[in-house]
Design a protein around this ligand. Structure first.
Ligand code: OVM
Length: 403
């Protein structure tokens, strides 16, 4: 190790593994420790720096020149290690290369294109919720949060029906791969080969229908806005980031609502509040807990100097519960809060490009539930789902009491 890589003396150290099963399932005490100990903390376990305060996480996300993405948004530094797949043109790039890709994607997943999908999503949501109410007791994850996005999103992409079971394992792999090479990543990699092959094949023009997001990306290549070689990589971004994230976001919303009955009642009384409930749920239990950046130069954060070539772990989930930003009730789920301003979608040039469709999916399914379900009650212990980046649930058994 060279001198520049030693931690700066005034940066405190935390001898903790944030990717251990304990912290992945119950991160909030650790988050508090992280925020309280200082603006920047060194984690010797991985030789990285970390931030958990809202203001510092926010400023670092916005400062793409000092905190670059082109060396990877995970623990691995692409300058030193070969990435597990070809780097994403969106997530793992910096301006100006990032800009052309981003511009195309913002056009494809725009508020306008998503508006056209809304009515179709609403009828899917109504039908699903009706059938679940009929059953009475369901699993809010496997019967609901996984089912809805896995129907509407691949349809909107223009994917064939066959092989869609590969989408969740691929997302799980991609998000585990941002973390260390631990047992979680090992397990995800073990069965990954056929999954990766299906995803790769599904990014090609002839695998996609002529009217979906996939076709629109290929059309942008035909117009010369991106190259033909870039088109399948951009399709891959939507398939990587577009499924698990929404499944976790919907499941986490349902967990928060089911365990806070007064909040469910408030939503049932005013289903139009679904979009605010979703933002508050993303703040309260952020599906994407962390992303890394890399410092191409030394950088000063609130008086702490982070050395050049450092990996920096930004705790979105900790920033979203920082009492400095959210006040003394930061740890409470309150749909009246108006949690806008959270960093669950990131911030700055890389802020989630799929946001319009993610928000619409969540709003539509939560609205259908709010209208039709008077109470949602846990019937047995929820089971956490472990992932190096995503926080959420494998199972949330609930009873749905119709209105
Ligand atoms: C990508 C991407 C973007 C955001 C998240 C992500 C797997 C992937 O462009 O491939 O997670």
């Amino acid at each position: 190790m060279t001198i520049e890589q030693e931690p700066t003396v005034d940066i405190p150290t935390l001898d903790v593994d944030p990717f251990s099963a304990e912290i992945l399932t119950q991160p909030y005490d650790f988050h508090e420790q992280l925020r309280e100990i200082g603006p920047v903390v060194h984690l010797p376990r991985y030789g990285v720096y970390a931030m958990g305060r809202y203001d510092d996480v926010h400023s670092s996300l916005v400062n793409w020149e000092s905190f670059v993405s082109s060396r990877g948004a995970g623990l691995s530094d692409f300058k030193r290690e070969k990435p597990w797949r070809a780097p994403s043109l969106l997530l793992e790039s910096d301006p100006p290369i990032h800009t052309a890709a981003r511009t195309v994607m913002s056009g494809v997943v725009s508020v306008r294109t998503v508006r056209q999908l809304r009515a179709g999503f609403e009828s899917e949501a109504d039908a699903l919720v009706d059938s679940l109410i009929e059953r009475g007791t369901i699993d809010a994850v496997t019967d609901l949060a996984e089912v809805f996005p896995l129907k509407v999103f691949p349809d909107a992409m223009g994917l064939p029906a066959e092989g869609r079971e590969n989408l969740l394992p691929y997302g799980a792999l991609a998000f585990n791969a941002f973390g260390p090479h631990n047992a979680l990543l090992e397990a995800a990699l073990a069965s990954a080969a056929p999954v990766q092959e299906w995803i790769l094949a599904s990014c090609q023009r002839d695998a996609l229908s002529s009217d979906g997001f996939g076709a629109q990306i290929w059309a942008a290549a035909d117009r010369g806005e991106i190259t033909i070689e870039q088109a399948p990589l951009l399709v891959r971004s939507l398939l990587s980031a577009g499924v698990d994230t929404t499944v976790y976001g919907i499941a986490n919303s349902l967990f928060a609502l089911a365990t806070n009955p007064a909040q469910w009642t408030a939503l049932h009384d005013n289903p139009a509040g679904a979009k605010f409930a979703f933002d508050e749920a993303l703040r309260f239990e952020s599906p994407v807990q962390t992303f890394f950046r890399t410092t191409p130069k030394p950088v000063n954060v609130a008086g702490s100097s982070i050395p050049e070539d450092s990996k920096v772990l930004l705790f979105l989930g900790a920033a979203n519960r920082d009492p400095r930003k959210w006040g003394p009730t930061a740890d409470q789920f309150d749909i009246a809060r108006r949690g806008g301003g959270h960093v669950a979608f990131g911030m700055g040039v890389h802020q989630c490009v799929g946001q319009p469709i993610a928000r619409m999916e969540a709003e539509v399914i939560l609205t259908a539930l709010a209208r039709k379900v008077r109470r949602i009650e846990l019937v047995s212990e929820p089971r956490a789902k472990l992932n190096n980046t995503l926080k959420g649930w494998a199972s949330i058994p609930v009873a749905l009491v119709p209105r």
